[in-house]
Ligand binder design. Structure first.
Ligand SMILES: Cc1cc2nc3c(=O)[nH]c(=O)nc-3n(C[C@H](O)[C@H](O)[C@H](O)COP(=O)(O)OP(=O)(O)OC[C@H]3O[C@@H](n4cnc5c(N)ncnc54)[C@H](O)[C@@H]3O)c2cc1C
Length: 597
């Protein structure tokens, strides 16, 4: 097959919030910047974000970035890297105001300031009371954000390659990254994108689960590409289940609904969160609420004929508030649950939502891997931002609205680092290895020449069901062990998938087969890492690691306060330390308040 070559200063894979924010930084600095995306930029999953973006602007309640940092560290169950968390919380106000100046249509308070709503786990004065920190544009914050960023990129002459699917990372014999191979989806043509810097912003992989709030394109391609190129994946055992997916459909009902006063009720009409989290109640962090809901259901207090969901009630809110602040949610409830939330509560269940782990990076957006004694050595030419990256600001559990913030802060930071690295002469266009496109061509060739094998959809479904059953909200030692075996069996089947349609033009069957090859890497990383982590922390809760006086909530800081690194080769695991300064699990938050900057 003929392989064309394009050359750029920087190539960015992904046009969601993270990719567009990075691209803007580079294009405005005059660098030749290409953005590859499987879908039109404004259809990236960021468009679905509803609730808001966190920043301690303090427009309606007092706020401080120290409090935001403390909440994020605590929310991460101490697994977050504190240098990255500090960087994100300190930068939040700057990037949000910048976005406002780019034209983002935020809702307004009566004084004309950016409207902010409360969100789970975000508090005032180190956990004392909920704070209003989530900057929102009704319940369509991601939509507004993505459009503002896209328009700004058009103005900056970013070059978009729309409906191009990146296939593999190109590394040379030094391990440096020189770009990617990609396929034009319309024609099936393969090309090499050769660049000084490559930034991955490919988003999440929620589609490895059966029930997910994620878009169909969220297949973890960046993680698959990184894993195949020998880069480890960090903390993949931690998946966030959002408490309120519409029962049966998975579509998300934003936490902003509870921020506006929504209440979860069991079949007795009881506001059960009062028992599980007396202070924050329905706005406790997502892992706490999800587990409380599953417990209610497991103990027979679920609703409906099968007692398999709970109810989210906003019937006590004035209809005007629902129409003004939550119009999209009302539409979703009517369309997907058949109820008008003005009059009736919405049936909801916990649904997979967000991956806390990803490609290991530092707070500058550089991809870092262990080398010798140093656990974090940058890979020359390789950067990552957004949900595909693990900075790690979310640790074992992400607070709502911190992801949109992560996209802005680390999208911008990765762009700034690339500019610095190019201007300082650290990055240059290295010659491509002769076999640069061989792996991608071999993968495509296998699909094109196979005369028999299993349909992609069958293997995909078994993978998703395995993940849902064996690595769900609650985890069981025996199910995890069996899950590892099962997922390795699914991997064998992925190697023997078969597509009937071999045509070149807009062949979605081929694309789905290639996506499955990425998803299986994420699934293996998740299952193997989860089986190995013998404690409960954040979103990873094991039945054999319960709450005891020695290990409150099942968390074992002595042995497990460390990041997992999973390598594709041999399913090998190693671990690296958490950046634990200035806070320590035993420290009072006052240590942060007293710190001078
Ligand atoms: C329903 C929903 C609601 C949410 N609400 C909120 C919220 O209110 N607040 C909050 O903070 N977070 C929220 N989140 C989380 C947050 O929206 C996501 O984590 C975030 O938008 C991810 O952005 P991203 O830029 O990393 O990736 P995405 O927006 O997912 O974009 C990924 C991009 O990568 C491209 N891509 C992927 N693979 C390839 C490939 N092989 N080749 C080329 N291109 C590729 C895609 O085309 C796309 O452009 C929500 C998530 C969901 C699912």
């Amino acid at each position: 097959m003929n392989v064309e070559k394009y050359t750029f200063d920087a190539v960015i894979v992904g046009a969601g919030g993270a990719g567009l924010r990075a691209a803007l930084q580079l294009a405005e600095a005059g660098l030749r910047t290409a953005v590859l995306t499987k879908v039109f930029p404004t259809r990236s999953h960021t468009v679905a974000a509803q609730g808001g973006v966190a920043a301690s602007l303090g427009n309606s309640t007092p706020d401080h970035w120290h409090w935001h940092m403390y909440d994020t560290v605590k929310g991460s169950d101490w697994l977050g890297d504190q240098d990255a968390i500090e960087f994100m919380c300190r930068k939040a106000n700057e990037v949000v105001i910048e976005l406002e100046h780019y034209g983002m249509p935020f809702d307004r308070t009566d004084e004309g300031k950016i409207y902010q709503r409360p969100f789970g786990g975000h508090s005032m004065n180190y956990g004392e009371a909920p704070v209003m920190r989530s900057c929102a544009a009704a319940d369509r914050t991601g939509h507004a954000m993505l459009h503002a960023l896209y328009q700004r990129n058009v103005r900056a002459h970013t070059q978009f390659f729309v409906e191009w699917m990146a296939l593999d990372l190109i590394r040379d014999q030094d391990g440096d990254v020189l770009g990617v191979t990609a396929m034009e989806m319309e024609t099936g043509k393969v090309a090499i994108f050769h660049a000084k810097a490559t930034i991955f912003a490919t988003g999440g992989a929620g589609r490895i689960y059966y029930s997910s709030t994620n878009a169909f394109i969220n297949t973890g391609d960046g993680l698959g590409m990184a894993a195949r190129a020998g880069i480890p994946l960090e903390d993949m055992e931690f998946w966030q289940f959002h408490p309120t997916g519409v029962a049966g459909a998975g579509v998300l009902i934003t936490e902003g609904v509870r921020g506006e006063g929504g209440i979860l009720r069991n079949c007795n009409g009881e506001r059960f969160m009062e028992r599980y989290a007396p202070n924050l109640k329905d706005l406790a962090s997502r892992d706490v609420v999800s587990r409380a809901m599953v417990t209610e259901i497991n103990e027979g207090r679920g609703c409906g004929p099968n007692k398999d969901y709970v109810l989210l009630d906003i019937t006590h809110l004035p209809p005007e508030t629902i129409m003004k602040r939550l119009p999209g949610i009302r539409e979703i409830a009517i369309q997907f649950a058949g109820v008008d939330p003005i009059n009736e509560p919405i049936p909801v269940v916990p649904t997979v939502h967000y991956q806390m782990g990803g490609i290991p990076t530092n707070y500058k957006g550089q991809v870092v891997v262990p080398k010798g004694d140093d656990p974090e050595v940058p890979v020359v030419g390789f950067y990552a931002a957004g949900e595909c990256a693990c900075a790690s600001v979310h640790g074992a559990n992400r607070l709502g609205t911190n992801s949109l913030l992560d996209l802005l802060v680390f999208g911008k930071a990765s762009g700034e680092t690339v500019i610095e690295d190019i201007q300082s002469g650290n990055l240059r266009l290295k010659p491509l290895p002769k076999d640069a496109a061989d792996l991608s061509l071999a993968r495509i060739n296998r699909l094109n020449t196979a005369t028999s094998g299993e349909p992609v959809a069958d293997v995909l479904l078994d993978m998703q069901r395995t993940m849902q059953k064996h690595a769900g909200v609650f985890r069981f030692a025996n199910l995890l062990k069996e899950g590892v075996e099962r997922i390795l069996q699914v991997e064998e089947r992925v190697k023997h998938t078969f597509i009937n349609d071999k045509s070149m033009v807009w062949n979605t069957a081929r694309i789905e087969a290639l996506e499955l090859e990425n998803m299986i890497e994420v699934a293996k990383a998740t299952m193997v890492s989860a089986e190995a982590r013998k404690e409960s922390r954040g979103a990873h809760v094991r039945d054999d690691c319960p709450d005891t006086p020695e290990f409150p909530n099942g968390r074992n800081d002595k042995e497990w306060l460390k990041h997992t690194l999973w390598y594709r080769e041999g399913n090998r695991l190693t671990y690296k330390p958490v950046h634990l300064k200035p806070l320590h699990p035993d420290t009072q938050p006052i240590a942060l308040a007293k710190r001078t900057y």
